[in-house]
Design a protein. Structure first.
Length: 202
């Protein structure tokens, strides 16, 4: 870090803003991902949003879920004293039949049940008393997330193809609740953040 008076990272809620005259992408900063999370923790922030992508975790058909990448992000957050706030989204191609677009897994009972099972597995791994915390006893298990964000910008076609569908999203929330409740009914669900211009082509 340099001795500049203006801090490199400024924290507002769960967003990271880069200080300076021009906006920089995180990848442009000469620090690793773990260091960035550490800086967020040092700022006094209490939580850190972590994406849990179903297609990434279930990248291979008929194979066990691969939590390795997500584990690393949870490790960085917890080591910095931050509560991870998961944002869960995405549907694997084998479920949606579409490898180009992000579709909600609500087209039929089979898709909803598959989502429920994934959510159940995710909460079993990272929620209170989850396997991740048992496997890492030096971390503060009190940071296990009790709040989970369900999907992202579900009112935008980019994240809910081909178009926003409030009724379908409600089905997703109900399926999520069922999956969560099988593990820990105390976990709270947060509606995914909304895109600011839902009537645009995006």
């Amino acid at each position: 870090m340099t001795g500049n008076a203006e801090p490199l990272l400024c924290i507002r809620d769960l967003r990271v803003d880069i200080a300076g005259k021009r906006l920089l992408d995180i990848d442009e900063l000469d620090v690793g991902r773990g260091e960035i999370v550490g800086l967020v923790g040092e700022s006094g922030a209490g939580s850190f949003r972590i994406e849990i992508s179903w297609p990434a975790v279930a990248a291979k058909k008929n194979q066990p879920l691969n939590w390795a990448g997500t584990d690393g992000r949870f490790l960085n957050a917890a080591a910095a004293g931050l509560e991870p706030v998961p944002i869960v989204f995405g549907t694997p191609k084998v479920i949606s039949g579409d490898g180009r677009h992000i579709r909600g897994p609500v087209r039929g009972r089979g898709q909803r049940q598959a989502w429920e099972q994934f959510i159940e597995a995710a909460v079993q791994r990272y929620g209170p008393n989850g396997d991740f915390w048992v496997e890492h006893p030096t971390l503060d298990a009190g940071l296990a997330p009790g709040r989970w964000i369900i999907w992202n910008e579900q009112n935008a076609r980019t994240f809910w193809y081909p178009a926003a569908d409030p009724a379908a999203y409600a089905k997703l929330l109900r399926a999520t609740r069922r999956g969560v409740d099988r593990v820990d009914p105390s976990v709270e669900l947060i509606v995914g953040g909304m895109y600011g211009f839902p009537r645009s082509s995006k």
